[in-house]
Design a protein around this ligand. Structure first.
Ligand SMILES: CC(C)(COP(=O)(O)OP(=O)(O)OC[C@H]1O[C@@H](n2cnc3c(N)ncnc32)[C@H](O)[C@@H]1OP(=O)(O)O)[C@@H](O)C(=O)NCCC(=O)NCCS
Length: 202
């Protein structure tokens, strides 16, 4: 792979994260298709909450650069019961988002970012990392390869989680979250079930 480096995300990366949010939301678009204006993406409050006011406590993750330019990001954000994304499981489990700039896909950047963000979450002592993915998104394979497990269905998407406990705790935690995939379980995003069907393709 051409020199690609990872660095930690900082507050000033919000503008780039917006671009990546659009890629994550419109993942079905061919790489050379025109993208909708960012204003359209950010007008959806359920999407905007993944990036708005970037730099608040708990915001973290990694950015990939090539030639000094950003080419992808994998970001982590903590949410609450009251306000959260589609992949929410618990207040101490950040939700992960991932996207690579269209011209840089299938060169290992996504894997590099995901591994880097998971390592970062482990370093921060997070109980785990969760995410939301549509089952037909090829990104799902990437997540499964790293050990993410499906813990719930939310609308048309899967909520997946990678427990990050040490040793056998990890195994136990994984089982606990898998069991909680029952629709009545605590970790399931009940609010999301009752939201208007989002326009998003996530
Ligand atoms: C998903 C995404 C981040 C993957 O990034 P990437 O840099 O292309 O990923 P990698 O090159 O590391 O690919 C790793 C593996 O993922 C799988 N994969 C990734 N994209 C794929 C695609 N379009 N079709 C089939 N498999 C794919 C493959 O198994 C691939 O390994 P391989 O190239 O050796 O076959 C990127 O395609 C992207 O930004 N997509 C749009 C945003 C998105 O869908 N984000 C996830 C939302 S949940």
């Amino acid at each position: 792979m051409q020199d690609v480096t990872l660095r930690l995300l900082v507050r000033r990366d919000e503008a780039f994260l917006r671009l990546m949010l659009r890629e994550a939301d419109r993942w079905r678009l061919p790489v050379d298709a025109p993208r909708p204006p960012l204003t359209e993406i950010l007008a959806d409050p359920h999407l905007a909450l993944y990036v708005q006011s970037w730099g608040r406590p708990g915001d973290d993750g990694v950015l990939a650069e090539a030639g000094g330019e950003p080419i992808g990001a994998c970001w982590l954000r903590l949410f609450t019961e009251e306000s959260h994304g589609w992949g929410y499981v618990a207040p101490d489990v950040p939700e992960l988002s991932l996207a690579v700039a269209p011209g840089w896909r299938r060169r290992g950047v996504g894997s590099l970012l995901l591994t880097g963000a998971v390592a970062r979450a482990r370093e921060l002592g997070c109980a785990g990392v969760s995410l939301s993915v549509m089952p037909d998104n090829p990104a799902r394979g990437l997540y499964e390869r790293l050990g993410f497990l499906k813990v719930a269905d939310v609308e048309a998407s899967w909520t997946m989680m990678l427990p990050l406990g040490a040793g056998t705790e990890s195994h136990d935690a994984s089982r606990a979250y898998v069991q909680s995939a029952d629709p009545a379980a605590d970790y399931v995003d009940e609010d999301a079930r009752h939201r208007a069907a989002p326009k998003t393709q996530r």
